[in-house]
Ligand binder design. Structure first.
Ligand SMILES: NC(=O)c1ccc[n+]([C@@H]2O[C@H](COP(=O)([O-])OP(=O)(O)OC[C@H]3O[C@@H](n4cnc5c(N)ncnc54)[C@H](OP(=O)(O)O)[C@@H]3O)[C@@H](O)[C@H]2O)c1
Length: 237
């Protein structure tokens, strides 16, 4: 497995939820971090490791210029980039028969177009790394549509999955490996209004963080394209 020491990893949406758990886990393991948040003041930097190993920058997935600016600032700060964790995401109820156009557009922008811009900005530096990694926090909703009411979210996550595979293909010869981590229900603000079905459970954000760390550490010779993390038994509808 690749050693974390000195490798520089960007994480979007690192201020709360799964992104924060990933930042804590990667900091604990000894990575150097570049943390993106819409409001960097919401990042509690003390949680992520030594001060010299934590760089923060504004990143709003809906602002076209932010991806390039954040990647460039990371390179200016550390002089290298070895991985990007595309974690920032939003979930709004847009189904087949209901839901606002605006909500659909925001999901498309944050869950797909933002990560696409990040990938475009980061690919040259990841190529220079020789062992560049992209981990995209997708969802099981990016693998199947469990309810018609979640069509909009699923569509944006299907697109995020497609992006992951395109990165994998484009970067293969340059040592770039991309993995889609696809969790079921995770205990965060996003799902605070959703109960796990009776007798079943939600996954902790820490478990997803450990899964992301595993994907980052795989050597070039052992690429894993997708990791599906079920929180419950899903029966056919
Ligand atoms: N929770 C689950 O059950 C679950 C399951 C599968 C996949 N996922 C995916 O996991 C990822 C993290 O979700 P979570 O559960 O940790 O959700 P969360 O607790 O709601 O956190 C969402 C994160 O995304 C950021 N974000 C939202 N809009 C953004 C924008 N326009 N630009 C940049 N950042 C933005 C938020 O920043 P602010 O604090 O500024 O809003 C926050 O850091 C998402 O991609 C989500 O789709 C979650």
């Amino acid at each position: 497995m690749l050693k974390p020491d000195g490798r520089v990893i960007m994480i979007s949406g690192a201020n709360r939820g799964i992104g924060r758990a990933i930042a804590i886990e990667l900091g604990r393991l000894g990575y150097r971090l570049s943390l993106g948040a819409r409001d960097p003041d919401t990042l509690d930097n003390d949680a992520f490791g030594e001060e010299e190993d934590v760089f923060t920058h504004a990143y709003d997935a809906t602002r076209v210029e932010d991806a390039q600016n954040w990647v460039q600032a990371t390179l200016d700060h550390y002089g290298q980039l070895d991985g990007v964790v595309m974690n920032a995401g939003v979930l709004y109820p847009v189904g087949l028969m209901e839901g606002a156009e605006e909500a659909l557009d925001v999901m498309w922008n944050v869950n797909f177009k933002g990560p696409l811009r990040l990938a475009r900005a980061a690919m040259p530096a990841l190529k220079a790394s020789g062992q560049g990694r992209v981990v995209n926090v997708v969802s099981l909703a990016g693998k199947r549509v469990l309810r018609p009411e979640s069509l909009g979210y699923s569509a944006s996550k299907f697109a995020a999955l497609a992006l992951t595979h395109a990165i994998r293909q484009q970067g293969w010869d340059d040592g770039i490996r991309a993995c889609a981590v696809c969790p079921g229900l995770v205990t965060t603000d996003m799902t605070s209004g959703v109960d796990a079905p009776a007798g079943q459970f939600k996954i902790t954000a820490g478990t997803i963080a450990a899964t992301v760390a595993y994907a980052l550490a795989l050597p070039n010779e052992a690429s894993v394209a997708e990791i599906l993390v079920n929180s419950r038994l899903e029966l056919p509808m």
